[in-house]
Design a protein around this ligand. Structure first.
Ligand code: C5P
Length: 300
């Protein structure tokens, strides 16, 4: 059995419309996921037990016990196959941790695909996506990538037609925000509201179909943003820098605290990155393009 390495992209939600809390504690939502060129690499190697090691961006904050999402994914795949989960997983992170970019979900998706190959299970895509949904709401999208609509708690995916490529700049924050806390804050802020069934806008879909970055910038939106900014008021300053330097759109990515900025082209992305770095309102800045494909084997 030779090692298998899988590369998995981060995501930004182009629109994230959050409905009411459900009886199971999750929220119904309507979202458009968009995979961007920031990648974690997950390598599966033969092992006597199930172990995980992590290096790279934020590695020191990632648990290496049974709560690690790659380990959760490995156990669920082994259970499904009726085998013992013997393997070592090594995760090289570039996606920031607890940042609203589905880094943990990417690692889970990477573990599923890498172990599927290491253990020579060769499940079909549909089976892997079903296992992924049980591990976490954003895990199926990390497998599928590109641009896709997510319904239910985010796990029910349909592909979205998107033309061309978009240029993004991401401002990473000093520390992460736990997703459940952001949902709780959103519920608190909206306690008095009656919420309609969540749906994404036609304007967003037509901007993507046309590959029109200006229209896309105008259609971006995230219900979680007000909750993330309420928990981290400094994020408003980071978003303002993007507006000041002509970003076509600026929003919090997922549950935050990463801020995402849509640029006109790669030169404008560089200008935005320089301005954000100089502003001192974030820890570090990265440029990326989207959409990119989902989890894929890069070395086996
Ligand atoms: O599915 P995932 O494990 O990523 O979700 C993490 C947490 O985020 C959940 O336990 C829940 O508190 C919250 N969540 C939610 N509604 C969703 C997705 C996640 O309330 N649609």
């Amino acid at each position: 059995m030779s090692p298998v390495t899988v590369r998995v992209p981060a995501k930004v939600n182009l629109q994230l419309v959050v409905g009411s809390a459900r009886a199971d504690g999750f929220h119904d939502l309507a979202t458009v996921y968009h995979a961007v060129s920031i990648f974690d690499d997950v390598t599966a190697l033969p092992g006597d037990h199930l172990t995980v090691s992590v290096e790279g961006e934020g590695a020191e904050t990632v648990p290496t016990d049974d709560s690690n999402l790659a380990v959760v994914a490995a156990r669920s795949l082994a259970d499904h196959l009726g085998i013992e989960p013997h393997a070592h997983l090594h995760v090289h992170k570039a996606i920031p941790v607890a940042a609203g970019m589905a880094g943990g979900s990417a690692d889970a998706a990477g573990a599923l695909l890498a172990l599927d190959r290491l253990w020579d299970a060769r499940l079909d895509r549909h089976e892997l996506v079903e296992l992924a949904a049980a591990v976490g709401s954003d895990v199926p999208f990390a497998l599928v990538g590109h641009t896709a609509m997510g319904l239910g708690r985010g796990e029910k995916l349909t592909p979205v037609l998107a033309r061309g490529h978009f240029h993004w700049v991401f401002a990473f924050a000093e520390t992460g925000l736990p997703t459940p806390e952001v949902y709780t804050e959103l519920d608190r802020l909206r306690a008095a509201s009656v919420l309609p069934e969540p749906r994404v806008s036609d304007a967003l879909m037509s901007a993507l179909r046309a590959g029109n970055a200006v229209a896309l910038g105008a259609a971006l939106g995230n219900d979680m943003q007000r909750a993330a900014v309420s928990l981290r008021p400094g994020l408003a300053m980071t978003l303002d820098v993007g507006d000041e330097y002509g970003a076509l759109g600026a929003l919090v990515s997922g549950s935050g605290p990463t801020c995402a900025f849509l640029a006109r082209d790669d030169e404008h992305a560089l200008d935005l990155a320089v301005a954000l770095t100089a502003s001192g309102t974030c820890r570090t800045v990265t440029s990326a393009v989207g959409p990119v494909g989902g989890a894929r084997v890069v070395d086996a």
